[in-house]
Design a binder for this molecule. Structure first.
Ligand code: SF4
Length: 265
């Protein structure tokens, strides 16, 4: 098995970390790199696309693949352009819940509906972390944040369920506590011939943990104690929500390009 040091040297750029101590984002970077190594993918044929937010830093600047750092919420349409432009590329979008489900929510729903052949990792820390901890689309009802000091009056969006309902081929939810399962799920996403979406519940000790007096480790233990692989449990479900075969958007577009006499790279 490839050692952690080899993974680091091969996949991770040696820049000073912008992530706070105890943040889950570095763990996701590690899981993503390990999944690529396990699948023996050619990292020269991977393009990672991100928008704005702490999670957007996971690929750019830290992941040692080609990256496209775009505007807030617009990673998915840029990823569509990359995938249609070069069908040989493995295209991965990495973003936070605010980026993917708030500003970019409409793009997410329609990419799932069209079954675009890309992988999206949505790191869900339950608020807008980079801008100071404001309530976001996934903030739970009653949760206090910078902009909801008396408790969030609205309900949090169940993003994985929405993506499943929109028609994605592959949908799953894990947490940073479930690293082994998460690595396997990312490997499965790379094998999926369609839109893959993995929601990763991830700790933000700075914006979320600190106000509750919780460290990063405390938050990992919370994920351990409050999630379940049993869909009938009252706890947060972790596991696979969808795994279906269906036509994917990029193939349909390639077909039409051919029919019009166009050439594919
Ligand atoms: S603010 Fe939160 S999500 Fe952003 S780097 Fe710090 S701990 Fe991570």
């Amino acid at each position: 098995m490839t050692s952690g040091r080899e993974i680091r040297e091969k996949y991770i750029r040696n820049y000073p970390s912008a992530f706070c101590p105890g943040c889950g984002d570095g763990m996701v970077l590690n899981a993503l790199s390990r999944a690529v190594e396990n699948k023996q993918l050619d990292k020269n044929k991977i393009t990672a696309v991100s928008g704005i937010g702490c999670a957007a830093w996971i690929p750019s600047p830290y992941w040692r693949v080609d990256t496209l750092h775009t505007t807030h919420g617009r990673a998915i349409p840029h990823a569509l352009g990359v995938k249609v432009g070069n069908r040989d590329l493995e295209v991965v979008v990495v973003g936070g819940d605010g980026d993917c489900a708030g500003i970019g929510g409409n793009h997410l729903i329609h990419a799932a509906r069209s079954n675009l052949g890309i992988t999206v990792l949505m790191i869900n820390n339950g608020l807008y972390a980079m801008t100071g901890g404001q309530a976001g689309p996934t903030t739970d009802h009653g949760e206090t944040t910078l902009t909801s000091p008396f408790g969030n009056p609205s309900a949090g969006l169940e993003v994985a369920e929405v993506v499943k309902a929109a028609g994605a081929s592959h949908v799953a939810r894990w947490t940073t506590y479930h690293m082994r399962e998460l690595i396997k799920e990312i490997e499965h996403a790379f094998s999926t011939d369609g839109f893959s979406f993995i929601e990763i519940l991830s700790q933000c000790p700075t914006r979320s943990g600190k106000k509750e007096g919780l460290s990063g480790v405390d938050m990992l233990e919370w994920y351990r104690d409050n999630t379940s692989k049993d869909p009938d449990s009252d706890k947060i479900f972790v596991g696979r929500l969808a795994d279906i075969k269906k036509a994917k958007l990029s193939n349909e577009i390639y077909k039409q390009i051919r029919e019009c006499g166009g050439e594919l790279r």
